[in-house]
Design a protein around this ligand. Structure first.
Ligand code: PLP
Length: 268
């Protein structure tokens, strides 16, 4: 018999292509050595060419999954990905309160505010952005928006380090403890600079930009790797640094699959 590992819960959508969403989270949790658990919010129909559509899971089933695993197995850290609708966001936020997940309960919560796929297909109903801001952000230990999500959430278009800092401040004003403004989509920059802030400290995390178009599931993989480190008891800056090393390697090892965008690979 082995000792019981730390546990991480992902509340997210299924990707039939296996590159992003629940599938990316589970393989990342596995690669990071934590036991992964899931509350599926939506089933997407997608492949390397894009998302063809999605069906959301009834909201009671979403919250029942969270309650079932947290009541019995325990959740050391959780992350949210694709939440699809305002109703799911509101009920998931209430459930976090009940099962003591989130920054005030000392069970770290990473909120990846997934709004669209890299092909531009919507993964969130438009009216749900306000629920992310008002219900989820104040409960988050860390939020991890990319630059498109920053623009949707704050109205700020990030073009350089200055506006990245301005965006971090605007996001912290919405209530999360920490924010990681990911710079991966700032394609003019040969480096890949993410900005981590708690509103007081501003830490630039600089990484290598790899020349690959196969980055499907990259955002999910980074957030899942950070969540795994938080589940193991690391503080936010150390967990983010570990997550950043993990995603860099995963992008370096990404592979082509299908006729479109292949996935990042957490297996090396
Ligand atoms: N599908 C699901 C279920 C997701 O959660 C995500 C991203 O979070 C995507 C697709 C999009 O991934 P990408 O932007 O890497 O294509």
């Amino acid at each position: 018999m082995s000792p019981t590992p730390r546990t991480a819960l992902t509340i997210a959508g299924s990707d039939s292509g296996g590159g992003a969403g629940i599938q990316a989270d589970l393989r990342t949790f596995f690669a990071c050595g934590v036991h992964g658990m899931t509350a599926i919010t939506a089933v997407t129909v997608q492949n390397s060419l894009g998302v063809q559509g999605f069906t959301e899971i009834p909201v009671d089933t979403v919250t029942a999954q969270i309650k079932a695993v947290s009541g019995d197995m325990g959740v050391d850290a959780a992350k949210t990905g694709m939440l699809a609708t305002a109703e799911i966001i509101e009920e998931v936020a209430k459930t976090f309160e009940e099962v003591h997940i989130g920054r005030h309960a000392e069970k770290p919560l990473v909120v990846d505010p997934v709004a669209a796929s890299m092909h531009g297909d919507a993964l969130l109903r438009e009216e749900a952005l306000e629920a992310i801001r008002s219900e989820l952000f104040p409960r988050a230990t860390l939020v991890t928006p990319n630059l498109d999500e920053v623009r949707l959430l704050t109205g700020i278009t990030v073009t350089d380090g200055g506006s990245q800092r301005e965006a971090a401040k605007a996001l912290i004003d919405l209530g999360p403890q920490w924010v990681l403004v990911k710079g991966g989509h700032m394609h003019g920059d040969p480096r890949c600079v993410d900005l981590l802030s708690d509103g007081v400290q501003f830490v630039e995390l600089s990484g290598t930009r790899y020349d690959t178009e196969h980055t499907h599931g990259g955002g999910d993989t980074l957030a899942a790797a950070i969540t795994a480190s938080l589940a193991k008891g690391l503080g936010v800056p150390d967990a983010v640094a570990a997550g950043k090393r993990f995603i860099e390697r995963s992008v370096a090892e990404s592979y082509p699959l299908g006729g479109g965008v292949g996935p990042v690979s957490p297996f090396w």
